[in-house]
Design a protein around this ligand. Structure first.
Ligand code: GRG
Length: 306
């Protein structure tokens, strides 16, 4: 390959993602068979297997492989992370939370199965996620599996994703427009970045990373997670108004604080770029071939158009 060109330019990110999405989808299907009680399993499978970019599972697997582990060591945790992601989206869509009737272009879980089924299926997915890590992880020292369970529970629990959701609902309740940068970052570091952090840290632990590597991957994922939200906010204001009306009609009313509202579109773009650089800096020192997927993933988050 050409001299002096960064390795990630040669890396076929699209092919990598499509391949990993296929493997993850297959593992998810197998991890949650349709058994009794049928309705609750249908509801769980509806949200788990209805598309999605599978970013958390792929980060988990990529972090594991980056530090020299096998994909198989990370797969049960990768599936668990997607189960948790699916349950958080289901519960987020409920009338008592964000009250969204559409998810991924399809009717939300509670619209199809009813509110009580969506609440129960969410709890069931959360429990199943931890059961799956504990029972399906193979070839990894038990102490590592325990540490993964502890990290994951902490990052999605009352001081993690739940704390982010609480802060988000609280500021939405008072109109949402009187918060500052620090509070907005708090919300997104907890609501969005924490599950990416759990994914990278779990993958690193399962792959046999040393403490320094774990902390680098933690920082990478926090930067990438925050960047995801900054870019999302920028896309919301730059999308054509027609498309905006279709995809996020609620935000059109404007009672939600976003990075562009707080610091403007241009500075939001600069901030996203800064977070991308900071994320990628964490990967310096790793084998560049092995770091290519996470490098490319950060670029993808920075550059995505929808
Ligand atoms: C106990 C985990 C847990 C949650 C309960 C409901 C709730 C508390 C939290 C809501 C968290 C939430 C909805 C965060 C947003 C996460 C996010 C970035 C969603 C969009 O992710 P994408 O774009 O979605 O990766 P796809 O469709 O690609 O999977």
């Amino acid at each position: 390959h050409e001299k002096g060109k960064p390795q990630q330019n040669q890396f076929d990110f699209k092919a990598y993602m499509l391949e990993k999405i296929k493997i993850v989808n297959h593992a998810l299907d197998a991890a949650l068979p349709l058994t009794n009680p049928i309705k609750i399993h249908e509801s769980m499978r509806y949200s788990l297997l209805s598309g999605g970019k599978r970013i958390c599972p792929i980060v988990c697997i990529a972090a594991c492989e980056l530090v020299g582990g096998d994909e198989s060591a990370a797969m049960p945790s990768a599936c668990a992370l997607e189960m948790i992601h699916a349950m958080s989206l289901m519960h987020d869509d409920l009338p008592c939370m964000d009250n969204d009737d559409l998810r991924r272009g399809k009717p939300s879980n509670h619209v199809v199965f009813g509110e009580n089924a969506a609440v129960l299926a969410g709890y069931a997915l959360l429990a199943r996620a931890f059961e799956h890590i504990a029972t399906a992880t193979d070839g990894v020292a038990p102490a590592k599996v325990l540490r993964v369970i502890g990290e994951l529970a902490r990052l999605i629990g009352p001081e993690g994703v739940v704390a982010g959701q609480v802060a988000d609902l609280k500021c939405g309740g008072r109109g949402g427009l009187d918060i500052g940068l620090e509070e907005l970052e708090y919300i997104h570091l907890h609501k969005t970045a924490a599950s990416l952090e759990a994914s990278a840290v779990a993958g690193a632990i399962l792959g046999g990373a040393c403490e320094e590597e774990i902390e680098r991957l933690r920082k990478y994922s926090r930067c990438a997670g925050l960047m995801f939200q900054v870019v999302d906010d920028v896309l919301d204001v730059t999308k054509s108004s027609e498309e905006l009306g279709k995809t996020c009609g609620k935000d059109l009313m404007g009672n939600k604080m976003t990075f562009p509202k707080l610091i403007g579109v241009e500075r939001s773009r600069e901030y996203a770029n800064k977070l991308n650089v900071e994320a990628q800096e964490q990967l310096i020192g790793f084998d560049p071939d092995k770091a290519a997927p996470l490098m490319a993933l950060a670029n993808y988050i920075a550059q995505r158009q929808r």
